[in-house]
Design a protein around this ligand. Sequence first.
Ligand SMILES: [Zn+2]
Length: 108
Amino acid sequence: MKLKFPLQICLLVFVAVLMQACGSQSNTCEVCGYVAMNGDKCQFCGNSVWTDASGESKEEYVKTRQQEWFFTPGMETNLYEPEVTDELTGETFLKDSTWKPLITEGAL
Ligand SMILES: [Zn+2]
């Protein structure tokens, strides 16, 4: 029984750290929806996070870039592909399940 208490504390600390890591900072790219942000730039689609300086509203900014990114002439686009691998670096990125595109597949 002596070991039970410290073990519970360790577990609590671990869960707290984990929750903080997940909740405080989002690494999801608003444009492509993959967890691929490195600082303010996406490592997968190469887009940066929206700032006031872009001169567009955030919605406009994300929408335009999503259209550019997902529109491939003659190809079917899956906005929700759960996992992608960068052909150049071999790095794999996962889709954020809470991400929602501003464009619809029908509008492509
Ligand atoms: Zn991206």
